[in-house]
Design a protein around this ligand. Structure first.
Ligand code: PLP
Length: 394
């Protein structure tokens, strides 16, 4: 069966160059980087090179990079670590309603434990207003945490402006950049970011590895205590193959970002326009043009269920995702789409396609050929759609 993978925001395949270099660190260069002998020194040097590769992609110094087990841990470390470090200074945290669960759940955990939380709304395109953030700031605000680009609708946030605001008020600014890394430029200096989360498996690197950028001088309390690795910020013997792979993936992402974006924007727009033109009652979710990630398509198709669409696509070998899929297999409509003002019924019929390096125009043609047929078949079974057709004819 033909297989078309359009779920790169969930995860990406490991680049063969990345996989090849990782293999060496399983079988040949297996020293513990904390060991003093030659095996250890060899790995230590590679660890620092990987740190440098990650730092370069975000405009940071390599000593500001702490490796973690992924984006989720980096988000937890940033938020819990700041709250713990600054709890005597204040207990107010600001976030947005479209954050990933790794941020939202962590903030809500703090709220249950004595912190105050303000959750900023977004507009209908899924973009946070800088003014809303400004209005939410209080004398006891210690942390603002917002994402760079949204994982469901691809909306890119005004990070540099929020960063400026945070700096003016002396508030620590954390940004979850898991979805934007390698897709659009990131510069922690220009964006005035203090803490930034990145992850390996969204950029053709391995799963289970990520990093937190911590600006020099910003204090966070570690979550994991032990041997004091990662400048005492994250103890535990380093996941060397993962870290080496992540570093290489960052290097490749830096080289390929412009080409990848150019190619994916063309495919993205072809897919989005093709769906809108080929199917009735479709709504594009998220912004169009420059405020949208190059690889994201998100549409609500009325009078069908997102899950039924997904299953039908899957039977044809096409992998996409629905608003609710990403986490625990929950069927609740996406908090992101609801936050953007969509009603439950429309949010339920939404689909996300996320493009990657290997997708071709021919694959997009295949989706555009199959999707209208699937929608037509599912609508035939929908009593709601039946009513719409009959009211049109009346
Ligand atoms: N933050 C965002 C915006 C994400 O999209 C994801 C993963 O989907 C994460 C955090 C979690 O990253 P990880 O899978 O590396 O734990």
């Amino acid at each position: 069966m033909r297989r078309v993978y359009l779920d790169h925001s969930a995860t990406t395949p490991v680049d063969p160059e990345v996989a090849a270099i990782m293999m060496t660190y399983y079988t040949e260069k297996y020293g513990n980087p904390s060991s003093v002998h030659g095996f250890g020194r060899e790995t230590k040097q590679a660890l620092e090179q990987a740190r440098n590769q990650v730092a370069e992609l975000i405009g940071a110094a390599s000593r500001e990079i702490t490796f973690t087990s992924g984006g989720t841990e980096a988000d937890n470390l940033a938020i819990l670590g700041t709250a713990e470090a600054l709890r005597k200074k204040g207990k107010h945290i600001i976030t947005s309603c479209i954050e990933h669960h790794a941020v939202l759940e962590t903030c809500e955990y703090l709220e249950k434990n004595g912190f105050d939380l303000t959750v900023i709304p977004v507009d209908e395109e899924g973009i946070i207003s800088v003014d809303e953030v400004r209005k939410a700031i209080r004398p006891d605000t210690i942390l603002i945490t917002v994402m760079h680009a949204n994982n469901e609708v691809g909306s890119i946030q005004p990070i540099a402006e929020i960063g400026k605001l945070a700096k003016e008020h002396g508030i620590v600014f954390h940004v979850d950049a898991v979805q934007s890394l390698g897709k659009i430029p990131i510069n922690v200096e220009e964006m005035n970011v203090d803490l930034l989360t990145v992850s390996g498996h969204k950029i053709y690197g391995p799963k289970g590895v990520g990093a937190l950028y911590v600006r020099k001088g910003v204090r966070i309390v570690p979550l994991i205590h032990g041997g004091g690795q990662e400048r005492k910020r994250r103890s535990g013997t380093e996941n060397m193959p993962g870290i080496i792979g992540f570093g290489k993936a960052c290097e490749l992402a830096g080289q390929r970002m412009a080409d990848d974006a150019e190619k994916q924007i063309k495919l993205r727009d072809k897919l989005m326009n093709g769906i809108v033109e080929g199917i009735e009652y479709v709504k594009v979710n998220g912004p169009v043009g420059e405020k949208r990630l190059p690889n994201n398509v998100n549409v609500s198709i009325r009078y069908v269920e997102g899950e039924s669409l997904l299953l039908s696509l899957d039977m044809l070998g096409i992998a996409a995702s629905s608003g609710s899929a990403c986490t625990s297999g929950s069927l609740d409509p996406s908090h992101v789409l609801l936050g953007m003002g969509l009603i439950h019924e429309i949010a339920h019929g939404s689909l996300r396609f996320s493009l990657g390096r290997q997708n071709t125009e021919e694959e997009i043609d295949y989706v555009l050929e199959q999707l209208p047929k699937i929608v037509e078949r599912l609508r035939m079974m929908s009593p709601l759609y039946d009513q719409v057709i009959h009211s049109k004819q009346a």
